[in-house]
Write a protein that binds this ligand. Structure first.
Ligand SMILES: C[S@@+](CC[C@H](N)C(=O)[O-])C[C@H]1O[C@@H](n2cnc3c(N)ncnc32)[C@H](O)[C@@H]1O
Length: 313
């Protein structure tokens, strides 16, 4: 019997707690404990309907595999039976995200799959956010620990990126999470409280199309109050060609206040022309854009890139 590796178990656990279906299911000898780990008693379990689907999937796989013990399959059947009578939960629900081996997972109350709800796409966490949170936590440790003390996010959605960064880098003085949609911001605020980070993360409405002056005032306030430079962040905000000129003005504005600042974006590439157009705008603004990381697979992919001001020597 081939042993299930620790890495495979860890990935499976992460998927389970975030209520996502795993792309790979390492089966041999897989026990409930491998998935629930020491967190079995956490108050925010994935919804019952997800758990039932998940366990049925495990059982099906076990039954078609040659080298799994009957005793193990029996145990999974018992868990399934225990869950079968439980009431069905409505969405939204809490997903638990373990980003870059953080000890405490981040709790995000979010919709399950409604991509557009109340006229906004901000009620679920998009992959671009997860990828940027992971990448910053692992690859930008030096930047974040060394010379940055505040962060500003455009189109924050559920707040996952803000929460991941403020959990990973507690020395940061303030995170400004902004979005155009009041309902999305209320959900984001709820997530911030659920993770006990209300003292570190401020939420505010900001529309890239209409609120240029408000953005300038917020940047001015941050520059006046914090001694070190800030960073500008955005995940899945370049979703349509029509928003590009407005995002460009916001980014230009940020660098006019913070010439030494950095901007990091994670962009899902659904249409290469949209991203090319964005790059063209940034270059026209005489800003430097550099792709630092590619994420995803053939079905869903994107890039993480940095924007900086060219500094004259
Ligand atoms: C695809 S979602 C991404 C949300 C989040 N960043 C994530 O990756 O999970 C796009 C977000 O941008 C916000 N948004 C759309 N248009 C905007 C605008 N003009 N100004 C500010 N935010 C906007 C939406 O409300 C939504 O939360």
């Amino acid at each position: 019997m081939v042993a299930v590796t620790e890495e495979a178990k860890l990935n499976l656990r992460k998927d389970y707690w975030a209520a996502k279906f795993p792309s790979q299911m390492p089966l041999n000898n897989l026990t409930g404990n491998d998935i629930y780990g020491s967190t079995q008693t956490l108050p925010h379990q994935p919804p019952v309907q997800y758990r039932i689907k998940f366990i049925k999937f495990v059982i099906k796989k076990l039954e078609t595999s040659d080298d799994c013990s009957e005793e193990l399959t029996e145990k999974w059947y018992e868990t399934l039976e225990e869950l079968s009578g439980a009431p069905v939960q409505q969405e939204p629900f809490y997903r638990l995200y373990a980003i870059a081996e953080m000890e405490t997972p981040i709790k995000i109350y979010e919709d399950e799959k409604a991509f557009v709800s109340e006229g906004s796409t901000g009620f679920i966490t998009w992959r671009a956010s997860l990828e940027l949170a992971k990448w910053i936590s692992i690859d930008q440790l030096a930047t974040m620990n060394g010379n940055c003390c505040w962060a500003f996010e455009l189109g924050c959605g559920t707040g996952l990126l803000a929460l991941a960064i403020m959990t990973k880098f507690p020395h940061l003085s303030k995170f400004f999470a902004t979005d155009v949609h009041q309902g999305v911001l209320a959900r984001c605020g709820q997530n911030i409280s659920a993770n006990q980070l209300s003292h570190k993360i401020d939420t505010s409405t900001l529309d890239w199309v209409q609120d240029e002056e408000k953005f300038s005032n917020m940047c001015q306030h941050a520059v006046d109050n914090f001694r070190q430079p800030g960073i500008l962040l955005g995940a899945d905000v370049i979703f349509d060609i029509s928003v590009i000129p407005f995002l460009r003005r916001i980014i230009e504005n940020f660098f006019s206040f913070e010439p030494l600042g950095r901007a990091y974006f994670s962009c899902a590439i659904r249409n290469q022309d949209t991203f090319d157009e964005f790059q063209r705008h940034i270059k026209e603004s005489r800003l430097h854009i550099e792709i630092l990381h590619n994420w995803g697979n053939e079905e869903s992919n994107g890039v993480i890139f940095e924007v900086q001001k060219y500094l004259s020597t």
